[in-house]
Design a protein around this ligand. Structure first.
Ligand code: HEM
Length: 277
């Protein structure tokens, strides 16, 4: 075998395509996608880590959708299982970005030009993940308007109920004082923090015996938010280390833009409720 980049001899390629493992995993396709654009020493790790991250975003999204749907069916134990997998997936994301954490500025500069205006900012899988968790920013969907299929899918996701909306609807069905306006609304609108929701979570935390499952759900949502925010923060630090305060290839101001983005919190009232406990 020449290199595990997928450039196999015809004989080897047929062997791989023929095995049950390769067919299931799609190894031939998967291992042929590492098309680096330069001979820079760190470009393979940058490209492969980016590809792995895209896959892990996809898995996290799958688990978040599952958790949301199970909450809508009042299946809290099922949702908790999905959220546990979501959290482990984010732990893997954090281990994955770690590979880039020691990259030097001159190493990255060797192939940065070859990326053109390509940036993780344009990752539609990441945007789907943010949307299903409840961080709905229509401008982020508009960014993809030149790609019809991606744009259509993102607009659909923007209008769908999020995991957090589903959790609030469950609280409402269980008799907590969630305002009616929060259980049926235009789901595409940005979520704004509400005092009533802080108060509802406060009841869950202070009356844990009565709301045992909801308490477990609240902490599972926090675990999920915590690990994904950790990825954002590590990514920001990688960017600071590699780019300093240079602008990003995606057209933002770079680290200062990401610093603001990293301040966002999924499930905002779950963070606020802590102050009063
Ligand atoms: C040397 C490594 C990296 C650098 C220097 C870097 C740089 C940046 C910068 C500057 C931005 C802001 C947007 C822009 O103007 O481009 C950004 C956003 C982003 N990057 Fe990276 N990045 C790196 C690695 C990665 C990897 C491996 C991924 C995995 C897919 C990734 C995913 C993202 C995502 C999802 C955003 C959007 C974040 C948001 O909207 O809040 N980045 N990156």
């Amino acid at each position: 075998m020449e290199h595990p980049s997928g450039r196999l001899s015809t004989h080897e390629a047929h062997g791989a395509a023929g095995s049950a493992f390769a067919q299931y995993v799609g190894s031939d396709v998967l291992l042929s996608l590492q098309n680096t654009r330069t001979r820079a020493e760190t470009e393979p790790s940058f490209l492969i880590i980016t590809q792995v991250t895209e896959l892990l975003f996809k898995l996290a999204h799958t688990e978040a959708v599952r958790a949301r749907d199970l909450l809508e069916d009042d299946d809290v134990p099922g949702a908790l299982r999905a959220l546990r997998r979501f959290r482990s997936t984010c732990v893997s994301l954090n281990g994955t970005i770690e590979v880039l954490s020691s990259m030097g500025p001159t190493e990255y500069a060797e192939y940065r030009g070859a990326l053109g205006d390509g940036s993780g900012f344009q990752s539609y899988m990441y945007r789907h993940l943010e949307f299903v968790l409840g961080h709905k920013v229509a401008a982020m969907a508009r960014l993809h308007r030149d790609d019809e299929r991606v744009h259509r899918d993102l607009l659909r996701a923007l209008g769908e109920i999020s995991l957090y909306d589903a959790a609030l609807r469950l609280l409402w069905r269980q008799g907590l004082a969630v305002p009616e306006s929060m259980v049926d609304r235009d789901w595409s609108l940005p979520y704004t923090e509400q005092d009533d929701i802080v108060a509802a979570w406060h009841v869950v935390y202070t009356e844990q015996d009565k709301h045992a499952e909801l308490y477990l759900l609240a902490e599972a949502l926090m675990d999920a938010a915590f690990e994904l925010c950790r990825w954002r923060t590590t990514h920001l630090m990688v960017v600071e280390r590699v780019l300093g305060s240079k602008g990003g290839t995606g057209g933002t101001t770079g680290a200062s833009w990401l610093r603001r983005a990293a301040q966002h919190r999924f499930f905002p009232e779950l963070w606020t409720v802590r102050t009063g406990l």
